[in-house]
Design a protein around this ligand. Structure first.
Ligand code: NAD
Length: 418
């Protein structure tokens, strides 16, 4: 799901779909059926701020495709979220759930707000109002949100509580990524990064490289970035650089990830970490390293910086971090790019496990969750890699081909209503 430079994400998502359908030789009808989301709901959210002032925020929930199961996808709080972006992200969720073969369709939600400028009470009111507004289309069998940029377990708990209050009984399975105390899954918090780790380990196996010899740079130090740095470090790699939105820190001798996380908690940025060279956030893409994990926002690896990226492997923790122009530059340079719909699919995979556990009201150990995640990610990786080898295409193209084939098969089998 690399994004195009200077074009809107949804136009890009449609172009990727068109190209994949053409490559697969599928009927053009599939393009028309899969281009537009099944549902897109726009909501206005008037919230009383702590100052007493009433502010109205805009929000969206988009369900792209329900062919393979209930809609599934994160909720994003960011000042620059747009309907266009949410539509693109919902389509990408359809492909992601199909690549890892979990029985969901794709969805995404967003609220245009700046959570960094809002109090906890304001965020709670916004979340509850958003949930009430999209409630008619949410539900454990219809559409199941999860955390994304600037939303977390607490936000999921508020959504679950608001939904349950409206129903009159507790419905834990209406969200995933919720706290363990409320029916969350063990291992969900770090699942996206753990899936990314498994994908990196598979790649290293193919390239014949040992993780102990690898250096890593991670851009974004939230849920995905922090856990990616920590788990790759625990697996034996040396974390040499990390960045968040306020700046980056680089130390070729290696960073103590836990100490960096403490610095971020205390000062709100990793850049204040004393033991290393301070860099602008985007300079961290270009540091000397073997593995680069973009784990922030979309479009950040582009034609301006791609040729300066030194990493041999890029594992896309973020959604849509690489533009098409950058993809070509990286392809020519022989960089092994593990595309987002594969590299960060560990999150939705464990969300699926959480949903299953909730429906059964029977919970698994962390070892069990991680072992199943490993099996799922390994199978998806090898299916995609085998397809790439067979069709002589890059990994991203192969992942799209696998995903669109699965969704098209489901549509074909279900037929048309009426
Ligand atoms: P988060 O809000 O927890 O963290 C985002 C991080 O990115 C923060 O550290 C922030 O400071 C940093 N950031 C923002 N702008 C930046 C910039 N310009 N340069 C450097 N850093 C910047 O979000 P998250 O849940 O970790 O999500 C990160 C990415 O991973 C997103 O693209 C998201 O869609 C994707 N993703 C998340 C999940 C999940 O389970 N949370 C699953 C799949 C994909």
């Amino acid at each position: 799901m690399s994004s195009a430079e200077g074009s809107e994400p949804y136009a890009l998502a449609c172009r990727q779909l068109r190209e994949t359908i053409d490559r697969l030789g599928l009927d053009g009808d599939f393009y028309n059926r899969l281009r537009a989301p099944v549902r897109a709901l726009e909501v206005a959210l008037p919230i009383r701020m702590d100052s007493g002032e009433v502010k109205t925020f805009r929000g969206w929930r988009v369900q792209h495709c329900l062919a393979r199961g209930p809609a599934k996808g994160g909720l994003r709080y960011h000042p620059e979220v747009t309907l266009d972006e949410v539509k693109a992200l919902s389509m990408w969720m359809t492909w992601k759930t199909a690549v890892v073969n979990v029985p969901f369709g794709g969805a995404k939600g967003g609220v245009a707000c700046d959570p960094k400028e809002m109090s906890r009470d304001e965020l709670e009111r916004l979340t509850r109002r958003y949930t009430s507004a999209v409630l008619p289309i949410l539900g454990p069998e219809t559409d199941i949100p999860a955390p994304d940029v600037n939303t977390n377990e607490q936000v999921m708990a508020w959504i679950m509580d608001t939904y349950s209050a409206n129903k009159g009984y507790t419905v834990p399975s209406v969200v995933t990524g919720k706290p363990i105390q409320l029916g969350g899954s063990r291992g969900r918090r770090e699942a996206t990064a753990r899936g990314c780790l498994f994908a990196v380990l598979e790649t290293l196996g193919i390239l014949g490289i040992s993780i102990d010899s690898c250096t890593v740079a991670v851009v974004g130090f939230g849920n995905v970035g922090y856990w990616a740095a920590r788990l790759l470090g625990e697996a034996g790699a040396k974390i040499v650089a990390v960045a968040d939105s306020k700046g980056g820190i680089y130390n070729p001798a290696g960073l103590d990830v836990e100490a960096v996380a403490r610095t971020k908690r205390e000062t709100s940025t990793v850049a204040e970490y004393p033991d290393g060279e301070r860099l602008p956030s985007d300079a961290v893409y270009e540091v000397d390293c073997d593995i680069l994990v973009p784990a922030a926002l979309g479009g950040q690896i582009n034609s301006r910086n791609a040729s300066r990226i030194k990493a041999r492997i890029i594992a896309e923790g973020a959604n849509g971090p690489t533009t098409r122009e950058a993809d070509e530059i990286l392809g020519d340079a022989g960089t092994f790019v593990i595309p987002d719909i594969l590299a960060n699919a560990g999150g939705v995979t464990v969300s699926y496990f959480e949903w299953v556990q909730g429906l059964q009201a029977y919970f698994w150990s962390e070892q069990e969750v991680n072992a199943k995640l490993k099996t799922h990610m390994g199978a998806a990786f090898h299916e995609v890699y085998a397809l790439a080898e067979r069709e002589k295409v890059d990994i991203r193209t192969a992942a799209y081909m696998l995903a669109v084939t699965r969704v098209a098969e489901a549509l074909e089998l279900r037929g048309l209503f009426p």
